[in-house]
Design a protein around this ligand. Structure first.
Ligand code: PMP
Length: 394
């Protein structure tokens, strides 16, 4: 007999990872991980927590001093009108925050409007909660933003929520304040929930501005705001995130999912979070400046070495290059298996040891594109660009 989890797609990104693991000295531009080490303050906080034997059970919703600091952070930095620590839940990363949100929010058959392309765990988590993900395209010609009339056209009587991710994975686009105001107006008129995924809130370049959806007037009440330490503090493997939500009914359900799935997030990791927040702005600024330099390095390399095959503009946020594969590219065409972007990604692996993610993995609208992560070290980026140039014959 079947089971609802049978409908959840397997990860194509994991398939690429497996191909990469078989390669000697690969260029890992496929994975969305930064190359930075965690800040010293994080290492020190973990060392201190171990020395002080902070290794026992904690309150399910999080270590009190961490929740206090997170409440202050979302009030000041994100301008969320949070009333108290009760609205802040500590999770094992942004992925876990998304999981408890979908479990607490969705009934079987509820629809969630998601961007296309999108970060695949969104469809995975909506489906795992027996919801239905309804894709709405982001358009390259609009800087990978929505046509918001089209978004409103996706609403049916089954729609429960709109998932919004800005800065966006995989395209790096940032929604304007006017976009968010219109989304707010649509959600209010149709009485929908909003899931605001702010994983890349700190990775914003040049004069671009990140606005938290829940900071718009009256919107915090209908918004579930998702955050993570992964990208801002290079803590991807430590697994720490948080969810901010007002609705008491949702909070009661989320607390149950948290309790029954993990009892509490690792005590050492929560102490690490306190250390990260104390180090704060300076660390984030340093990472962001370096990522901006890597973005420029990567895009000038692409222009010089692969510009006749790969096209796209530098993103305003996040750390991905989502590039269109020119129609003229045929080199991998002899491999009949899979879509064109899969063939291209496999060609890069076998011919140049470069990892990338085929755009179709992010949704139908991503077909014909490929995603590179430029948050890797400069040496790795330089090596990948030279290998790309040789492969594509620039
Ligand atoms: N949201 C988006 C859009 C992401 O790209 C990621 C990570 N790739 C996350 C959330 C969650 O990251 P983590 O689980 O490491 O906190």
């Amino acid at each position: 007999m079947g089971h609802p989890l049978d409908a959840v797609p397997e990860s194509g990104i994991a398939r690429i990872r497996d191909l990469m693991l078989a390669i000697d000295r690969p260029f890992r531009l496929d994975q969305g991980d930064v190359s930075f080490d965690v800040p010293d303050a994080v290492k020190e906080a973990i060392r201190r927590a171990v020395a002080e034997n902070r290794t026992h059970y904690l309150p399910t919703l999080g270590l009190p001093p961490l929740r206090e600091r997170l409440m202050e952070k979302v009030r000041t930095r994100n301008e969320l009108p949070v009333r108290g620590v009760d609205e802040v839940f500590v999770t094992a990363g942004g992925m876990h925050g998304l999981f408890i949100t979908c479990q607490a929010l969705l009934n079987a058959g509820d629809e969630v409007i998601v961007p296309d392309p999108e970060w695949p765990p969104v469809v995975g988590n909506v489906t795992a909660a027996q919801g239905v993900a309804v894709p709405c395209p982001l358009h390259e010609r609009l800087g990978w933003r929505y046509n918001l009339d089209e978004l409103e056209g996706r609403i049916t009587r089954r729609t429960r929520a709109i998932y919004v991710n800005s800065p966006h994975n995989p395209t790096g686009s940032i929604l304007r304040r006017a976009d968010l105001e219109r989304i707010a107006e649509i959600a209010s008129r149709h009485d929908l929930r909003l899931i605001a995924d702010e994983a890349y809130e700190d990775i914003v370049y040049d004069s671009a501005e990140h606005v938290s959806l829940g900071s718009l007037p009256g919107l915090h009440e209908r918004t579930i705001s998702l955050f993570t330490f992964s990208k801002s503090f290079a803590m991807t493997g430590l697994r720490l995130g948080y969810v901010v939500v007002r609705d008491p009914e949702l909070r009661r359900r989320m607390a149950k999912v948290l309790y029954y799935s993990s009892s509490n997030v690792s005590s050492l990791v929560q102490h690490a979070g306190v250390g990260a927040l104390e180090a704060g702005a300076e660390v984030i600024r340093g990472f962001r400046d370096e990522l901006a330099a890597r973005r420029d390095l990567f895009f000038s390399g692409i222009d010089q070495l692969g510009g006749h095959v790969l096209k796209g503009t530098p993103p305003e946020g996040a750390f991905y290059a989502f590039l269109r594969i020119d129609d003229g590219w045929t080199a991998g065409a002899e491999d009949e298996e899979g879509s064109r972007c899969w063939r291209f990604a496999k060609h890069l692996i076998t011919g140049a040891k470069i990892g990338s993610v085929p755009g179709a993995e992010f949704g139908a609208n991503g077909a014909g594109y490929v995603r590179f992560c430029f948050a890797r070290g400069r040496e790795e980026l330089d090596g990948a660009l030279s290998a790309l140039g040789r492969l594509l014959g620039s």
